[in-house]
Design a protein around this ligand. Structure first.
Ligand SMILES: Nc1ncnc2c1ncn2[C@@H]1O[C@H](COP(=O)(O)OP(=O)(O)OP(=O)(O)O)[C@@H](O)[C@H]1O
Ligand SMILES: [Mg+2]
Length: 309
């Protein structure tokens, strides 16, 4: 089973409008609400790929109850600790005249020490029944530095594989706990290593340093240019076919889901890279974040190339 961890949950609201203008009244044509947060996207994609998934994290208040019902509508089992503070809402406005997206992200409530301790206890139980744990996204206010590190250490000492996908200080402070895999994009690895990392060679050098530090798998995602992978088995480059993008939000999360699926299936690394890239690109062809169509995935699997460098 795959357990996904999301501390920074949200109710995501997609507003579709014929056009959107600031400083005037805007009528919303349709509104789609989903249980949001990066780990929830991972859970949705891994579940669509056919794996048993448990989405874990922290929610609260009336919005927390609504979050749980939206998650259930997606057919995903949840293990969410109640923080007592309202879960935030995030609004994504799609202007159909321009195709532009404008996002409004609420800051979210500060987490208390007791909510974080409650979650940690629930998490330890989730770890017992899981093969792979994914930890995604930023940490809400109130979360102590090193909290992700604590989650990683608990999973690793139980012999479980952990994928960490975060950025900035949360990433810097957690890698000492040596997650099995990290998935920085180019900006995130530049921030983490302080290396300019403009060329492919520089990106690989930066990833090799992290690998030497004890992280088994470093996946640098490069948007439409695919990904670079540094591993015990060597260095690989994955290249995806050019596509007509619909919505790239959640592509990184879909890629994390692809790697988690490959890990629980004990698939060979090159096959896992191909699958993860394809499922991530298939997400870019779907309007809904953290979603893909089976026929898109099949087509992309046959067009995605993985080369050993
Ligand atoms: N324009 C695109 N065309 C094809 N595939 C894409 C495109 N953008 C992203 N992907 C796929 O998704 C993967 C992850 O994308 P990206 O590097 O943008 O992740 P990210 O920056 O972590 O995204 P996020 O955190 O917003 O989900 C890429 O390696 C690629 O396989
Ligand atoms: Mg990302």
């Amino acid at each position: 089973m795959i357990t996904t961890v999301t501390l920074n949950t949200a109710i995501d609201q997609l507003y579709k409008m014929d056009s959107c203008r600031t400083g005037s009244v805007n009528r919303v044509k349709s509104c789609i609400k989903t249980a949001g947060g990066k780990g929830v996207n991972v859970a949705r994609v891994a579940s669509l790929a056919g794996e048993k998934v448990l989405a874990a994290g922290i929610v609260g208040g009336f919005h927390g109850a609504y979050f749980r019902s939206l998650l259930a509508q997606d057919g995903i089992e949840g293990c969410f600790t109640d923080s007592g503070a309202e879960t935030r809402c995030c609004i994504n406005v799609r202007d159909e005249s321009t195709g532009e997206h404008t996002e409004f992200l609420e800051p979210g409530a500060r987490l208390t020490e007791s909510a974080l301790e409650d979650f940690y206890r629930a998490y330890l139980q989730c770890v017992e029944t899981s093969d792979v744990i994914t930890i995604s996204g930023s940490v809400p206010a109130g979360t102590p530095a090193g909290y992700y590190g604590k989650l990683i250490a608990a999973a690793k000492s139980a012999g479980k594989r952990v994928i960490l996908d975060t950025s900035g200080a949360a990433l810097r402070e957690s890698i000492a706990a040596k997650p099995t895999m990290i998935k920085p994009n180019a900006d995130e690895i530049r921030q983490l290593t302080g290396i300019a990392a403009a060329s492919r060679g520089e990106l690989i050098e930066a990833a090799k340093k992290l690998h030497d530090g004890g992280i088994e798998l470093i996946v640098i995602s490069l948007g439409g240019d695919g990904a670079l992978v540094v591993s015990d088995e060597g260095v690989f480059q994955g290249v995806c076919p050019k596509i007509e993008v619909v919505n790239t939000v959640g592509c990184g999360d879909s890629m994390v889901a692809g790697f988690a699926v490959g890990m629980v299936r004990n698939a060979p690394l090159e096959e896992t890279i191909r699958f993860a890239l394809s499922v991530a690109s298939a997400n870019a062809l779907h309007e809904k974040t953290g979603c893909f169509r089976e026929d898109d995935l099949k087509r992309l699997l046959s067009g995605t190339v993985v080369n050993r460098l």
